[in-house]
Design a binder for this molecule. Structure first.
Ligand code: FNR
Length: 371
């Protein structure tokens, strides 16, 4: 049957993948309230479309950290993509490059920064987890830089791994034929089985819980690459990120996999945008499945969005062709949303094109003055 939207890849992936793998990709933390809310909150935002505007030409191009891309839809870092498909991160890199957009490679990829770079040209960011061993971090950042990656997305919401109960039940671990390729030569590429989640144990052993804002500054001493702080959910932290020298912010709740009962990212976005006062760009990920979602995020001030699960699910279903299709479907839907809302370029997308539940009623008839 023909696939007509991004969400349909979820069911196909579920059929194709071993349960342990599918559950790892799909799950959120604990009650998965935030997982549902990431979607539900988009559904509560409605459009205020403008009519009778010549929309025969639509321009979706934009610039991210100075790099021109074809659309404000980018690929979020998701770990261990070779569990989805043997081509793994290679396929994702090629698909993103073909779509003219940015791929973010996870620290925990099953392909190395050098391997991904070898797939050919493309603008790529590297997502960084900070290990206790800072020599490891320094080496990895240098390698990413040398391999031509253009920015570091520093993940700041994972001092410990969120409690993902299906990973505990399944005793999730990286299949033995795969490694965390970036760490292979550093003797940190394997994930042992544990009495609960193998990944949670790996994180507890290797990831630096002391990570703090001073490390954002330290990172700037070891690399010239711009740093995106990934995992901001409040205006308070947005202000500190600006002061700490971040080049941008990614409003993210890690696809609802870390702290449960945080708001949907689309609900937190506007607070963060206001706090940054236009000093640095703000991006969003979490629950983006439709072109209408992309538009809503931009209307609330995002400079672009990233997608996570749609990439791994489409990869599982159809490899590179699947990821290409996901990017193309979102692009087409977003273009249609722009046309039907009366916007010809991204700068025409405004706050007035949507209405949210936290808006005060506008243009509502005033009660008649009592005589
Ligand atoms: C992730 N995410 C993630 N983030 C990160 O910084 N490093 C990583 O290695 C991973 N790995 C990862 C694996 C899987 C299977 C998922 C689903 C997510 C989080 C990811 O970058 C992003 O924040 C969310 O996936 C966005 O939400 P959606 O699009 O999946 O709803």
């Amino acid at each position: 049957m023909e696939i007509t939207n991004v969400t349909e890849y979820d069911a196909i992936a579920k059929q194709k993948l071993p349960k342990m793998v599918y559950d790892y990709y799909a799950s959120g933390a604990e009650d998965q309230w935030t997982l549902q809310e990431n979607r539900n909150a988009f559904a509560r935002i409605l459009f205020r479309p403008r009519i009778l505007i010549d929309v025969s030409k639509i321009d979706m191009t934009t610039t991210v950290l100075g790099f021109k891309i074809s659309m404000p839809i980018m690929v979020a870092p998701t770990a261990m993509q070779k569990m989805a498909h043997p081509d793994g991160e290679y396929a994702t890199a090629r698909a993103a490059s073909a779509a003219g957009t940015i791929m973010t490679l996870s620290s925990w990829a099953t392909s190395s920064v050098e391997e991904v770079a070898s797939t050919g040209p493309g603008i790529r960011f590297f997502q960084l987890y900070v290990y206790k061993n800072r020599n490891v971090v320094e080496q990895l950042v240098r390698r990413a830089e040398r391999a031509g990656f253009k920015a570091i997305a520093l993940t700041v919401d994972t001092p410990r791994l969120g409690r993902r109960e299906s990973d505990i039940k399944n005793r999730f671990t990286l299949p033995p034929n795969l490694t965390l390729k970036n760490f292979e030569g550093l003797d940190l590429g394997k994930m042992d089985e544990a009495a609960d989640s193998g990944l949670a144990s790996y994180v507890a052993g290797q990831i630096d819980r002391t990570l703090s804002w001073k490390d954002v500054q330290w990172l700037q001493t070891i690399t010239k690459l711009p740093i995106l702080v990934k995992g901001v959910l409040t205006g308070e932290d947005a202000r500190i990120a600006v002061q700490a020298g971040a080049a941008g912010i990614i409003v993210s709740n890690h696809g609802a996999r870390q702290l449960d009962y945080v708001p949907a990212t689309i609900s937190a976005l506007e607070e963060v945008v206001k706090a940054t006062q236009g000093r640095i760009p703000v991006f969003l990920d979490g629950g983006v499945r439709r072109g209408t979602d992309v538009f809503k995020a931009l209307a609330l001030g995002a400079s672009g969005i990233f997608i996570g699960r749609p990439v791994v699910f489409s990869l599982a279903a159809e490899g590179e062709a699947g990821v290409r299709k996901v990017l193309q479907m979102l692009r087409d839907e977003f273009e249609l949303t722009m046309a039907l809302s009366g916007c010809r370029s991204l700068k025409e997308i405004s706050r007035n094109h949507i209405t949210t539940e936290w808006d005060t009623p506008r243009d509502s008839p005033r009660p008649l003055a009592r005589l």
